[in-house]
Design a binder for this molecule. Structure first.
Ligand code: APR
Length: 171
């Protein structure tokens, strides 16, 4: 399995599934959630309304509609409250739940945004190593997903994922 980081806009990525950093209502919002809904068009919200929300750390899948990606996997990340409320476990669960769902749907290529590190204020220096370790651990056990891309929206975000990936490769 190949894990790479790129600087870009996840709504432009043509892969089997892109992941949306959603909230538990799954009814849209700002940040990457807003961008994905704008790019996918109104049918995405229509399908999301049928899903009855999603608990933090879990994931639900919809079609991609007008997006280049075939599917959108929606996962509400944890809101950072200082680290004492199980945030790290919940973030790990986000990445694992998304990859499990992607594999179930036969997705070979998956693109993630940096879940929870925007509005939800999860510190990047903690989020990036959690993401890299969880993705690598999952793909060691599962052969369906062949390519994972971390789509970073800023150079600063990409720096943290590049560092986490470099550190993982050295271990
Ligand atoms: N492509 C890729 N990444 C993006 C894009 C985009 N088009 N737009 C924003 N991002 C990045 C942000 O810069 C950040 O690094 O996605 C990361 C996650 O930030 P948020 O979108 O704020 O998500 P999060 O911190 O998980 O907060 C989720 O915000 O938008 C609401 O409805 C959403 O309530 C939920 C909350």
């Amino acid at each position: 399995m190949k894990l790479t980081t790129i600087l870009g806009d996840i709504t432009k990525i043509s892969c089997d599934a892109i992941v949306n950093a959603a909230n538990t209502s799954l009814l849209g919002g700002g940040g990457v959630d807003g961008a994905i809904h704008r790019a996918a068009g109104p049918e995405l919200l229509k399908e999301c309304r049928t899903l009855n929300g999603c608990p933090t750390g879990k994931a639900k899948i919809t079609k991609g509609y007008r997006l280049p990606a075939k599917y959108v996997i929606h996962t509400p990340g944890p809101i950072w409250r200082g680290g004492g409320s199980g945030e790290e476990t919940l973030l790990r669960s986000c990445y694992k739940s998304c990859l499990e769902l992607a594999a179930t749907y036969g997705c070979k290529s998956v693109a993630f945004p940096s879940i929870s590190t925007g509005v939800y204020h999860f510190p990047l220096e903690k989020a990036a190593p959690i993401a890299v370790q969880t993705i690598m651990d999952f793909c060691k056990e599962n052969g369906v997903v062949e390519e994972v891309t971390m789509v970073c929206f800023s150079e600063d975000t990409k720096k943290y994922y590049d560092e986490a990936l470099a550190r993982w490769s050295e271990e």
